[in-house]
Ligand binder design. Structure first.
Ligand code: SF4
Ligand code: SF4
Length: 388
C-alpha cells in the first residue's frame, strides 16, 4: 500500500481493538499542546488520530508516535470534547501489536475479550493437565495420592528445566521477530531514507537506555511516580527472566540455600520490586487516582494481576519450602506455574508486555527520524492534509 493511499475501513478495523473516538474531535489541538512528550517531529496524539480518520494505514503502520506516548492521560484531561485521546492511543498500540505479529495470534486476543481470556485460560488448563499427566504417567503416582503424598520437586526438575526454558525463550523469540518486523516497517519508510541519521551504535545505545530505565516516562511531570513503579516492575521482570534462563539450577532444587546465599537475595529483591510496582499501580487503579487509571481496560488489570500473582505465589512457594511444608510446596508450585506460564506465553509476545521492546525501539527510531527529518517530507504531508 502507498504511504498516502486511503483505506476507508481503517477506522472500523482500529475500533475492533478498543475505544477510538474521532467523531467528537473538532481538531483544536489541545491534546497535542498538553502532551509533554510531543514535539515537532512527533505531534501525537492528534496526528495519530488523523491518520486513522483519513485512513492512511501505511502512515499509521510506519509511525512511532503511538509508542512514544507513555499513557499519562494529560491529553484526555485537556480535551474539551472529552474524547479521551489517551484511550485512542492505547487502542492504536493494540492495533499495531497485532499488525507487527506474523503469527496472527495477537489480533485474535487483542480484538476480543473472549479471545484474550480464552487464550490465558487455555494455557492455564494445559499447565494443569501437564502437571497431572506428569504425576500419573512419569512419576507413576495414583491419582488418589495427589492429595496426600508430596512428590519431591527435585524429581521433576530435569523436565521442568526444558519446560521453563521453552515458555520463556519461545515467546521471547516470537516477540523479537515481531520487533524486527516493526523495525523493518518504520526504518524502511521513505522519510528515513535520506540525510544523516544517528549511527547504529547510537541508536542501540538509545534502545538499551530506554529499555533499562523507562526514562521517557519520567519526562512527563505527572508521570514521575508511574515511572518509579514501572522501573520497579521492569527491574523485577528482568531479574526473574535472567535468573530463570541463566541460573535455573539455583531455583530448580529442593535444597534450601543458606540465608545469605545470593539465590535467596536475588529472589527476595525481584519479588519486592514486582510486588511493590504492581501493588502500587493496582491500588492507584482501584482508587482511580489519575486520569490514566480511570480508563483501565481488561488487559491492564489482567496483566498486573498476573504479574502480582506470579510474584506472590513465588514467595509463598519459597516460604512453604523453607518451612518444610512439602505438600503445600507442591500445590503452590502448581499454582505458581498456572499463573506464570499463561502470562509468559500470551502476554510477552502478544499482549501488554510487548511494550518492553516496542517502546524503546520506537524511541530509538524516533531519534533516527529526528536526525533525518526532511523539509520535503513535511511539505508532502502538509499538502496531503490540505487536500484531504
Ligand atoms: S483536544 Fe480533543 S477535540 Fe481537541 S484535537 Fe485533541 S482530541 Fe480533538
Ligand atoms: S497519554 Fe500522555 S503521553 Fe500519551 S498522547 Fe496523551 S498526553 Fe501525550
Amino acid at each position: 500500500m502507498n504511504y498516502y493511499e486511503s483505506d476507508l475501513k481503517l477506522m472500523a478495523e482500529v475500533r475492533r481493538y478498543g475505544k477510538f473516538d474521532a467523531e467528537g474531535c473538532f481538531n483544536c489541538g489541545s491534546c497535542t499542546l498538553s502532551c509533554d512528550l510531543s514535539n515537532d517531529q512527533a505531534t501525537f496524539p492528534r496526528k495519530s488520530m488523523r491518520h486513522v480518520v483519513m485512513g492512511v494505514k501505511q502512515a499509521l503502520l510506519e509511525s512511532v508516535d503511538p509508542w512514544v506516548c507513555h499513557d499519562c492521560g494529560d491529553c484526555s484531561v485537556a480535551c474539551p470534547r472529552q474524547t479521551k485521546p489517551q484511550e485512542s492511543m492505547m487502542t492504536l498500540r493494540r492495533y499495531l501489536v497485532s499488525a507487527y505479529d506474523w503469527t496472527g495470534i495477537a489480533s485474535k486476543i487483542n480484538r476480543s475479550k473472549a479471545g484474550y481470556i480464552g487464550a490465558l485460560s487455555f494455557m492455564a488448563v494445559v499447565v494443569l493437565l501437564l502437571t497431572g499427566l506428569y504425576h500419573v504417567y512419569v512419576a507413576k503416582m495414583p491419582l488418589s495420592d495427589l492429595t496426600t503424598t508430596a512428590l519431591p520437586l527435585e524429581h521433576m526438575f530435569p523436565t521442568m528445566t526444558y519446560f521453563t526454558l521453552a515458555v520463556i525463550l519461545l515467546p521471547l523469540l516470537i516477540l523479537t521477530t515481531n520487533a524486527f518486523r516493526m523495525y523493518g516497517l518504520i526504518a524502511s519508510a521513505n522519510q528515513y531514507s535520506r540525510g544523516s541519521s544517528p549511527s547504529l551504535p547510537s541508536r542501540v545505545l538509545t534502545f538499551l537506555t530506554h529499555f533499562f530505565t523507562y526514562k521517557k516516562m519520567a519526562e512527563c511531570p505527572t508521570g514521575k511516580s508511574r515511572w518509579v513503579e514501572h522501573l520497579f516492575i521492569g527491574i523485577g521482570c528482568l531479574m526473574m527472566l535472567f535468573v530463570k534462563t541463566f541460573a535455573l539450577s539455583w531455583f530448580q532444587t529442593d535444597q534450601v540455600h543458606p540465608f545469605f546465599h545470593p539465590q535467596r537475595w536475588v529472589g527476595y529483591l525481584a519479588t519486592f520490586f514486582l510486588l511493590y510496582g504492581t501493588g502500587s499501580i493496582l491500588i492507584a487503579r482501584i482508587k482511580k487516582e489519575k486520569e490514566v487509571y480511570k480508563s483501565s481496560g481488561l488487559q491492564d488489570w489482567t496483566f498486573l494481576l498476573l504479574l502480582f500473582g506470579t510474584a506472590l505465589s513465588g514467595i509463598i512457594l519459597h516460604l512453604c519450602r523453607i518451612s518444610g511444608l512439602e505438600l503445600a510446596t507442591c500445590y503452590t508450585y502448581a499454582i505458581h506455574l498456572i499463573i506464570a506460564v499463561p502470562m509468559l506465553v500470551i502476554e510477552m509476545p502478544f499482549g501488554k508486555w510487548t511494550h518492553m521492546i516496542y517502546r524503546p525501539l520506537a524511541i530509538s527510531l524516533q531519534s533516527k527520524k529526528e536526525g533525518t527529518l526532511q523539509p520535503q517530507w513535511s511539505q508532502k504531508e502538509v499538502s496531503k492534509y490540505a487536500t484531504a
